[in-house]
Ligand binder design. Structure first.
Ligand code: AP5
Length: 215
């Protein structure tokens, strides 16, 4: 599972991990945005909280995660991106699924986090993430692989991003302690170029993937 402040690079690294290890990528942020777009009851319930950068209720997000991990494409394993985000969510997950295998926390200074969210552009269908300055697409406003248009998220407005960062800081330390106490925590220095961060993740996960026959 991946923890880290909004904009630290979880969504950027996840597609690479998904492909390399053949496991599915479950981003609670993406699933909630999808529910809002499809106007499902959960989507309608969480729309305002998401837009203001607040966390949505634990039971809503856990319900979505529980359904997702039962899908056949997740049978070889999954990356949890953005969940759990509170101790209560971590306990709910542990009760139903047991321990996660590894918890990666991405660490970067506040200013880097805010600069990254403010210039972010997303390709919705694939989740590929770009940045105006740090990771521009080949053609401005278009996805590199499909040429489809890129979009920005409402919660990336600077004042909302600042609020999300403060919330994250409040919630993260207990979670870090929770996974450290179980011997599952790995720290990733996320304030490096994308390829350097990818290499750091591979150095942790490749040996495990080989050992468990995932690769
Ligand atoms: P969610 O979608 O999970 O947002 P987040 O965790 O806040 O993280 P982001 O997706 O914003 O950032 P990221 O780390 O994926 O960064 P990215 O790779 O895009 O959650 C949204 C909302 O949903 C929450 O606020 C909450 O309301 C709700 N929610 C979700 N889960 C919940 C839960 N469990 N409980 C309750 N509520 C929940 O990178 C950012 C930018 O930086 C991109 O432009 C990218 O190109 C660039 N970049 C990435 N890496 C690098 C690098 N190494 N160098 C330079 N640029 C980089």
């Amino acid at each position: 599972m991946l923890m880290g402040a909004p904009g630290c690079g979880k969504g950027t690294q996840s597609p690479e991990m998904k492909e390399r290890y053949g496991i599915c990528h479950l981003s609670t942020g993406d699933m909630l945005r999808d529910a809002i777009e499809r106007r499902t009851p959960n989507g309608l319930r969480v729309k305002e909280q998401m837009a203001s950068g607040d966390l949505v209720p634990d039971e809503v997000v856990f319900g979505i995660v529980k359904d997702a991990i039962r899908q056949p494409e997740c049978r070889y394993g999954y990356i949890l991106d953005g969940f759990p985000r509170t101790i209560h969510q971590a306990q709910m997950l542990e009760e139903v699924e047991g321990n996660v295998d590894h918890a990666l926390v991405f660490e970067a200074p506040d200013q880097v986090i805010l600069d990254r969210t403010s210039g972010r552009w997303i390709h919705k269908a694939s989740g590929r993430s770009y940045h105006e300055v740090f990771r521009p697409p080949l053609v401005a406003g278009k996805d590199n692989q499909t040429g489809e248009p890129l979009v920005q998220r409402p919660e990336d407005r600077r004042e909302v991003a600042q609020h999300r960062l403060e919330l994250y800081k409040r919630e993260v330390q207990p979670l870090v302690d929770f996974y450290a106490s179980r011997g599952l925590l790995h720290r990733i220095q996320a304030n490096f170029p994308v390829e350097t961060v990818t290499a750091a993740i591979r150095s942790i996960l490749d040996p495990i993937a080989y050992a468990t026959g995932l690769k």
